[in-house]
Write a protein that binds this ligand. Structure first.
Ligand code: NAD
Length: 260
């Protein structure tokens, strides 16, 4: 259902973003990948998605913490494809430490990447999207857009902020064929989660195995990690016509975490 549409998925060289990019390509969208990583591996991913789905796949390495790089990327995509029809604000990092030890540079990075990048991408992509009278903006938020956990002050603040951006912009474009939603996953097994295990163990004074069982999966009544494919399936659904009245919503996919 996405033939002739173009999607930009930020932070899509890995994890959830990559899963969403593949799902959108499978429905016929041209896809722009973004994110960091090994150039050869990224080129391999790009070529594989293009070959498997017969769509155009581009890669832009814009650093999403840099306003000028975001603007340049969006300008270049619009030059080639006319407009970004589907914008997925997904790039994000985590850092775990108590607030009085929280490094100020990590706070600044997480606010820039997990929060401000979405503001910039939306404000820059919206004019061209609006001209077409159709658009989908999907923000990868988190269960941490709805509830908090200790030692994640920057991440929780940024994700609560994403919830605010989602609702505000949804209201501004409500009559223009554009929906704006946030997906709020619980723990999904990706490099982002894997990398926070040692620091969480340190902050809580427990072993890494205990972090997995007693901290991460303890939050999820299902006792299972959510999968990348499940999150991608939800994102894909939000691009369909059936979802055209879902807007300004914070869609949980968290194994029951925020029901408790
Ligand atoms: P990941 O580490 O697998 O992917 C993060 C992506 O962001 C990578 O492609 C990386 O290269 C990119 N990135 C990092 N810094 C960047 C920058 N400055 N500019 C551009 N791209 C950059 O992590 P993930 O788990 O797939 O996370 C994706 C999103 O999902 C994040 O916003 C995260 O907060 C959110 N999320 C993850 C989970 C989880 O449990 N994994 C749960 C809820 C929400």
């Amino acid at each position: 259902h996405l033939k002739d549409k173009t999607a930009l998925v930020t932070g899509s060289t890995s994890g959830i973003g990559l899963g969403i990019a593949k799902a959108l390509a499978s429905a016929g969208a041209n896809v722009v990948l973004n994110g960091f990583g090994d150039a050869t591996e990224i080129e391999k991913l790009r070529a594989e998605i293009a070959a498997e789905h017969g769509v155009a796949v581009r890669y832009y390495g814009a650093d999403m913490t840099k306003e000028d790089e975001i603007a340049k990327m969006i300008g270049d995509i619009e030059k080639e494809f006319g407009a970004i029809d589907i914008l997925v604000n997904n790039a994000g990092v985590q850092f775990v430490a108590p607030i009085d030890e929280f490094p100020v540079d990590k706070w600044n990075l997480i606010i820039a990447l997990n929060l401000s990048a979405a503001f910039h991408a939306i404000r820059l992509a919206l004019p061209a999207m609006r001209k077409k009278g159709w658009g989908r903006i999907i923000n990868t938020a988190s269960a941490h857009a709805l509830v908090a956990s200790p030692f994640k002050v920057a991440y929780v603040a940024a994700k609560h902020g994403i919830a605010g951006i989602t609702k505000t912009v949804a209201l501004e474009v409500a009559q223009e064929g554009i929906t704006v939603n946030a997906i709020c996953p619980g723990y999904v097994w990706t490099p982002l989660v894997e990398k926070q295990i040692p620091d969480t163990a340190k902050a809580r004074g427990i072993t890494e195995e205990q972090v997995k069982k007693d901290v991460l999966l303890a939050a999820q009544p299902t006792k299972e990690f959510v999968t990348v494919e499940e999150v991608a399936g939800l994102a894909l659904f939000l691009t369909t016509d059936s979802a055209k009245n879902i807007t300004g919503a914070l869609q949980s996919i968290d194994g029951g975490w925020t029901a408790e």
